[in-house]
Design a protein around this ligand. Structure first.
Ligand SMILES: CC(C)(COP(=O)(O)OP(=O)(O)OC[C@H]1O[C@@H](n2cnc3c(N)ncnc32)[C@H](O)[C@@H]1OP(=O)(O)O)[C@@H](O)C(=O)NCCC(=O)NCCS
Length: 116
């Protein structure tokens, strides 16, 4: 947490003083544009609830806290790179699919070698 304190806000879910879940909100800036100087956005990372505490709404509570923070900070938007099985979880918790967000992914090293 200390290493990422400048860029990532940590969120922790606790039950009886024990950490049962956590998540990060990465906050970054777009360059000024469209008449706005302040164009910060967020990216949710590493949402994790301990297995024995899942399906009780803890993940939803973490997401609600993150999106409340995003609203308070007036972030333009928040993205998430979901695991395959968690897509519906994010769709239920305020996220929508977006046609105009595209992604470039680096090829695995062995695939790059076979092109060389
Ligand atoms: C995704 C995750 C954070 C949800 O936490 P949670 O506390 O169980 O969330 P909630 O109780 O609010 O919601 C649970 C719902 O999410 C669904 N879900 C989404 N992703 C899931 C996953 N990877 N494993 C199990 N259930 C998942 C469950 O099916 C459940 O739906 P249901 O109530 O209709 O059965 C938790 O399952 C988890 O830690 N998974 C492993 C890590 C992960 O996949 N993180 C997200 C990718 S970045």
């Amino acid at each position: 947490m200390a290493t990422h304190a400048q860029t990532h806000l940590p969120f922790v879910a606790e039950i009886d003083g024990h950490v049962v879940g956590c998540a990060w909100l990465f906050v970054a800036q777009r360059v000024p544009g469209g008449g706005a100087m302040d164009r910060r956005f967020g990216d949710v990372q590493s949402v994790m609830v301990r297995e024995e505490f899942r399906r009780q709404g803890i993940g939803a509570a973490l997401m609600a806290a993150i999106l409340a923070e995003a609203r308070d900070r007036r972030l333009l938007h928040v993205t998430v790179h979901s695991g395959r099985r968690a897509v519906d979880f994010y769709l239920r918790n305020g996220f929508t699919r977006h046609r105009q967000i595209l992604i470039w992914e680096s090829a695995p090293l062995d695939a790059m070698m076979s092109h060389a």
